[in-house]
Ligand binder design. Structure first.
Ligand SMILES: Cc1ncc(COP(=O)(O)O)c(C=O)c1O
Length: 408
């Protein structure tokens, strides 16, 4: 077991939640459908929820949102949180209310959901290349004047321009400058040429640059992450300077994520960071270490957990639960059982989790509840219709994950 996992589970405040997680009262009847997202669940104990149940601790969530805002304020950049993490308009509204300048969306169907639920400023960080999506994106821009679309390919810019003309609009566009090779136009001449093309096209309005480095976010150790992030970002920064010299718009210069929120602002000109996971945290992020704690990334509190029920304890050193791959995904590392740092949780079966252990801090019986930190928050959230918003172990609200499954 890694040092960070052991020390995190053993010492975090959240671990005390899991240590007392025996079902506190009768279990609720198993239903075949998700509970309706209404007030009937208000006040119910977290430990009485039907499981697997996706829960967010409101005190921790609010603290994370406030902490990000105050740290970014000191670094003089804004937040434009990536809503792919939570897919939940209720959380987007909390982020905007705390001072975020907008949200990001990864998929057009996600952007459509947020817009339909009253969120104006949406930056779509993925390009739309099929004719149907281009038409839909321009229809969204027509209905939401704050929708901004990424582009990384000259023919796509021309297609967007044609669709914007047909829709009778001038559409806002940012050039996606690649860091690594996943997406985006290569930094330098090709990016500048694309910026100039967008600037010339009469039905597009260039707003600036986005440049996200997916490979940098989980680099372990703050010093390594700092050095590599700034190194890898240097070509984007040079492209940004060239945009400015050429008179191209640099109103937006956006990138970064939870792992680099306090690194990217060191690059001059960055306007905002597209932080996603900081609201929830997960095993993958906790393991990377932070600036003040090399073992555990504790800049933000883990607020998201899945509550699961023990189904079987017949077999020695083994516990079966009701949360498998469909509740937790197959991402690595496997989920962490709060309060039990010696447990190894295998979510490999679709509907069952299997825990193996040598020693346990207490004994477990069928019906007991366990609280789990999830491997990677985004895909786990995408498995649930609703998120229980919990304060002091009681349901305060039930938030529909409205953009759940919106992957097109
Ligand atoms: C383009 C883009 N920006 C921002 C993020 C947010 O990253 P994180 O959840 O690591 O904060 C992601 C996540 O994958 C992303 O794809």
């Amino acid at each position: 077991m890694s040092v960070s996992r052991r020390s995190f589970i053993a010492t975090s405040a959240a671990a005390t939640l899991g240590a007392s997680s025996t079902a506190a009262g009768g279990s609720t009847a198993l239903g075949t459908q998700a509970r309706p997202a209404d007030d009937t669940m208000k006040g119910v104990s977290k430990w009485d929820l039907d499981t697997p149940a996706l829960c967010v601790d409101l005190d921790a969530l609010e603290r994370n949102i406030a902490a990000m805002q105050s740290r970014l304020r000191a670094l003089k950049v804004a937040s434009r949180p990536h809503a792919k993490t939570h897919k939940c308009p209720a959380i987007a509204k909390l982020q905007l209310a705390s001072g975020s300048i907008g949200i990001c969306a990864a998929k057009l169907s996600e952007a459509e959901v947020f817009s339909a639920n009253g969120i104006g400023p949406i930056l779509m960080t993925t390009s739309n290349v099929s004719p149907a999506k281009i038409r839909r994106a321009m229809a969204l821009r027509r209905s939401n004047s704050q929708f901004v679309q990424a582009v990384d390919y000259a023919p796509n810019a021309r297609d967007l321009n044609d669709a914007a003309r047909e829709a009778g609009i001038v559409a806002d566009v940012v050039v996606d400058v690649a860091v690594g090779s996943r997406s985006g136009v290569p930094a330098g001449d090709q990016a500048i040429a694309l910026g100039q093309l967008v600037d010339r096209l009469p039905h597009l309005k260039l707003r600036g640059i986005i440049s996200y480095d997916g490979g940098a976010q989980h680099i372990k150790g703050f010093k390594a992450r700092l050095d590599q992030t700034l190194n890898r970002f240097a070509p984007s920064l040079e492209t940004f300077e060239a945009f400015k010299r050429s008179g191209l718009s640099t109103e937006i210069f956006s990138g970064g994520g939870t792992g680099t929120y306090n690194i990217l602002p060191r690059a001059d000109g960055v306007t905002d960071v597209q932080v996603g996971s900081y609201i929830f945290m997960d095993c993958q992020y906790i393991e990377i270490g932070g600036e003040s704690n090399e073992q555990v990334y504790d800049d933000f509190l883990p607020s998201l957990t899945v509550v699961t029920t023990v189904l079987n304890t017949y077999f020695p050193k083994s516990i079966t639960t009701d949360a498998g791959a469909k509740a937790l995904t197959l991402n690595r590392p496997g989920p962490w059982v709060l309060g039990e740092h010696e447990f190894t949780y295998n979510a490999g079966s679709d509907e069952f989790g299997v825990i193996r252990y040598e020693t346990a801090r207490r004994s477990y019986a069928v019906g007991d509840k366990l609280d789990l930190i999830v491997p990677h928050c985004d895909p786990v959230v995408n498995e649930y219709d609703q998120l229980y918003a919990i304060r002091k172990d009681r349901v305060e609200a039930v938030w529909p994950i409205v953009a759940r499954g919106k992957s097109q």
